[in-house]
Design a protein around this ligand. Structure first.
Ligand code: BTN
Length: 240
């Protein structure tokens, strides 16, 4: 089992993990976990809000030694692990590109990965995971949910954490074996609106298109007006 560092409260487990990497020798798999995050970070500069002591809030430190071009496989492996953990309890769990996890169209988990680069390699990676477990109420604007909101029962956070780590272990082992093909096909199997008509938004407004897949750098390829077009996270938002 990895080395867990439990904190009562912290600004962001990702920040704490990044600082730890700068200031001390850290073991592969070291995990920062907290009950309360005062300024949890989300994708696109958003805040990640989570009620105290109700959800899983953690950051896993890995030393993947991956080539920079393969960085997106960290996203794939971690989102598959979260997806598998949730699918054990819930139906209709999907991964929304790049790494949101949804139940139906509601978001139940988010992942924020921060990589450190040395000599063309990802020397270390901080994988921040926020998974909504026992929180009952969410601001309707967020279109979010939790395991409890879906199933009307409380879940034991520690048991869930164990399940998550079994799955993280499984998918990161596939990655360490360079089994990119299996990872990509499982990602597509579980991708929200893969190969179906979907709604998007970019600088020019809303449009519809069909997700064809991702390119070798993890950009989303959307068939838009019959033309396959690649987008990175800053350029497009998939609506749900
Ligand atoms: C998203 O916007 O979907 C990503 C959310 C990631 C939240 C997690 S909670 C644990 C870790 N620490 C942070 O500050 N963010 C991530």
């Amino acid at each position: 089992m990895p080395n867990f560092i439990y904190l009562e409260t912290v600004d962001s487990t990702n920040n704490y993990a990044v600082n730890l990497l700068k200031t001390s020798d850290v073991e592969n798999g070291t995990t920062i976990i907290t009950k309360k995050q005062s300024s949890g970070k989300g994708q696109r500069g958003n805040l990640w809000e989570s009620e105290d002591d109700r959800n899983l809030i953690l950051s896993l430190i890995l030393f993947p030694q991956l080539k920079i071009k393969d960085a997106f496989y960290l996203t794939i492996a971690s989102s598959l692990a979260v997806h598998k953990t949730l699918s054990h309890h819930l139906n209709s769990v999907k991964i929304k590109w790049p790494n949101d996890v949804l139940v139906g169209t509601k978001k139940i988990a988010g992942i924020l990965i921060e990589n450190q680069i040395k000599r063309e390699l990802i020397s270390s990676s901080v994988i921040g995971i926020g998974l909504n477990v026992n929180q009952d109420y969410f601001n309707p604007e967020l279109n979010a949910t939790s395991m409890k909101a879906e199933l009307h029962q409380d879940f034991n956070l520690e048991e869930l954490l164990n399940e998550l780590y079994t799955n993280l272990d499984f998918y990161f082992n596939l990655l360490m074996e360079n089994n990119f093909k299996t990872l990509l096909s499982r990602y597509y199997e579980n991708l929200f609106q893969f190969k179906t008509l979907a709604k998007f938004e970019d600088d020019s407004g809303e449009f519809t298109g069909i997700i064809q897949g991702i390119d070798e750098t993890g950009k989303l390829i959307v068939l838009r007006n019959q033309i396959p077009t690649s987008y990175d996270l800053k350029e497009i938002k998939q609506l749900r």
